[in-house]
Each structure stands twice: as C-alpha cells, then as structure tokens.
Design a protein around this ligand. Structure first.
Ligand SMILES: [Mg+2]
Length: 212
C-alpha cells in the first residue's frame, strides 16, 4: 500500500517558460545557433549551482560563460542575471497539479518533493507558502549537496520516511517527468514510479494504482 507520494518539481509540479528565453539569451550573447540549448543550460546548472549550498546560479555565470567560450565581461554577466531573474519570476504551476496534491493530502498520504534545482524552486515555494506546507519533506539538490545523478537523494528520502513514519521503500511512489533522473532511480530505491506526461494521464495512473 502506498503511504508516501513524492513529486519531482520542474516540469511535474511547476514550469518556467525558459524555451524562448534561452533562445533570446543565445542571440544576446552572440552565440551561433544551436550552441546554447535548454539541455545545455540546465545540464550546466545541474552539475554546478544545483549542488552548491548557495543555490545561486549568478555565482556560476562566469564559469558558464567560459564553458561557452566567452570571456565573462560585466555586460555578459548582466545579461545572464537579467535572464535568470526573468525566468525565476515566471515560474508557474502546471495546471491542475495543486488540485491533485491537495486531494492526496486530504486522503492522508505523506507528501514530499525531490528536486534537482537551483534556488528558483525554493523562492517559488517561499512565495507560495500554503502550497509548500502541503509537503512533509522537501529535498532540494542545492540544499542537500547532491543532485539526481546517482540515487543519493532517493536513498536519503527513503531513510527519512523509515525514521519519521516507519514507511518502507515499497510504500513509496515517485512522480516525475524524467525517465533518467526520476523514474529509473525511484524504481531502484522505492516501490514504484509514475512518469508525468500531463495531469489527465497522471490522474488515470493514480486511479489505476488505487492511490486517488
Ligand atoms: Mg522534472
């Protein structure tokens, strides 16, 4: 029986409209087409600021520019900071997800978040305290000092669940959009995982498993 439901944050509970912004950033930095993709940007973040205790990407932008083959001039750093503030402010819920979370809460499940993130996830949760308070445990990579590359965060959650509520790994299910960073490690460490594609499919999957 499932007793703890864990959510990934980005592209499962919330999203930032970064696609077009990253393309605009590429043009502003005068990088050739294809040089700066979403994958490349977020992969850099995952490896650096997401696991740094400050969680502040601005501290990593000089290094980011150097990996892009650019000298970290004041103007370029300012462009990156403006870009970061822009996408940070535009973080929004994935429609229908707060309702699912509240429903699970009412049904008595323990709820948690495991996220590979810089501090824009924490600032979103701070701006939405009622939503944040629905979760019993929130493990963010930069606060935990590890990212989702490896199953450390998942093992940490399993040990918290065992210690705090006597919940075993088989009673835990993870919901996330990434087959590699959410689904695979969760299947290894917990009882199960549900790949998030959209709210409707998630509702159906939760009903099939008798969770909702
Ligand atoms: Mg995600």
């Amino acid at each position: 029986m499932v007793r703890l439901v864990i959510f990934d944050f980005w592209n499962t509970l919330a999203k930032n409209a970064d696609g077009r912004s990253i393309e605009a950033l590429r043009r502003k930095l005068c990088l050739p087409k294809g040089r700066l993709s979403r994958t490349r940007y977020w992969d850099f973040m995952a490896r650096t600021s997401m696991v740094h205790p400050s969680g502040d990407p601005k501290r990593f932008f000089p290094r980011f520019l150097r990996t892009m083959g650019l000298a970290p001039s004041g103007e370029r750093l300012e462009t990156l900071c403006r870009f970061y503030d822009h996408i940070d402010r535009r973080t929004t819920y994935i429609a229908g997800m707060p309702a699912i979370v509240r429903q699970l809460k009412r049904r008595g499940y323990r709820l948690a978040i495991i996220s590979e993130t810089e501090n824009s996830c924490r600032s979103f949760l701070d701006r939405n305290p009622r939503f944040a308070s629905l979760f019993d445990v929130i493990l963010l990579s930069f606060e935990q000092g590890m990212n989702k590359r490896g199953d450390g965060l998942y093992r940490r959650m399993a040990s918290i669940a065992r210690r705090r509520w006597g919940i075993g790994p088989q009673e835990i299910v993870m919901i996330g959009d990434s087959p590699r960073h959410d689904i695979a490690p969760a299947r290894k460490v917990f009882g199960g995982a549900i790949r998030f594609r959209n709210t409707r499919a998630l509702r159906q999957a939760l009903r099939r498993k008798g969770i909702l």
